[in-house]
Design a protein around this ligand. Structure first.
Ligand code: ZN
Length: 242
């Protein structure tokens, strides 16, 4: 056990954490929180068949700006599964108000996405002896995705500790950290600004133009813009309509 503990921290004694990053506002803020909590962060992103690849570029910019030593980009072809406006040829909703967004699970839902991503993180957590996993899910200003809810995260964490050899043999306890879970989008932005996050590096839009400019009208853009507005800060992202 002592040996495993040594493996889990670097020469400075920092504990390792696996952080799921997408280049978006929420996961970037989560990464900043994990770093400020003293973790040595290993970032994990997925090339999952999303129609727009600008988010992987954003994840790479963020990891570089935050001096992340290890950032893995895993190909997972969810485009073969489809069933989502983010992975198949389905129109992304535009111009919806937050009340309409909250009324049901939208077509931008990607089937089982967080379960697949967290499962990869879990495998890595065991191999790297980094039982702390961070994910930027949020249950307040969100798009109604079922795999962003606290009961889902609690169930996944319970499953994780039943699934891994090192967990059942008592060497590690998996903990899924969700620091944004109960924060409003404005609170997330205020926290990130306080921690020095450069939101100009991040990308949130579900339907960006070829040149990467955000549309300003998809659910994700609207939640982001409302959050900046409420936080009294300017959004440094570049939008088509601005
Ligand atoms: Zn957009």
């Amino acid at each position: 056990m002592t040996e495993r503990k040594n493996l889990s921290s670097n020469k400075t004694g920092r504990k390792k954490a696996v952080v799921l990053t997408s280049g978006g506002l929420d996961s970037t803020t989560t990464l900043a929180i994990a770093l400020s909590d003293g973790f040595e962060c290993i970032c994990l992103s997925f090339q999952y068949g999303q129609r727009h690849h600008v988010e992987i570029a954003a994840a790479q910019r963020v990891a570089a700006a935050m001096n992340i030593a290890r950032h893995e980009i895993i190909p997972v072809d969810l485009g073969r599964v489809g069933g989502s406006a983010l992975t198949a040829d389905i129109d992304v909703p535009a111009g919806r108000d937050p009340e309409t967004m909250a009324a049901g699970i939208p077509v931008t839902y990607v089937p089982a996405r967080n379960t697949i991503f967290l499962s990869y993180a879990l495998a890595w957590a065991e191999v790297l002896c980094a039982p702390d996993i961070f994910i930027g899910v949020n249950a307040v200003d969100y798009s109604g995705y079922p795999d962003c809810r606290p009961e889902y995260i609690a169930a996944f964490e319970q499953m994780a500790n039943l699934a891994l050899r090192d967990a059942v043999e008592g060497r590690i306890t998996i903990r899924i950290h969700t620091p944004l879970l109960h924060m409003s989008k404005a609170d997330i932005i205020r926290t990130g600004i306080r921690l020095g996050v450069d939101y100009g590096l991040t990308h949130s839009c579900y339907n960006p133009r070829q040149d990467g400019l955000a549309c300003g009208v998809c659910d994700s853009c609207i939640l982001r813009l409302n959050g900046f507005n409420e936080a009294g800060a300017a959004d440094p992202a570049r939008y088509v309509s601005r």
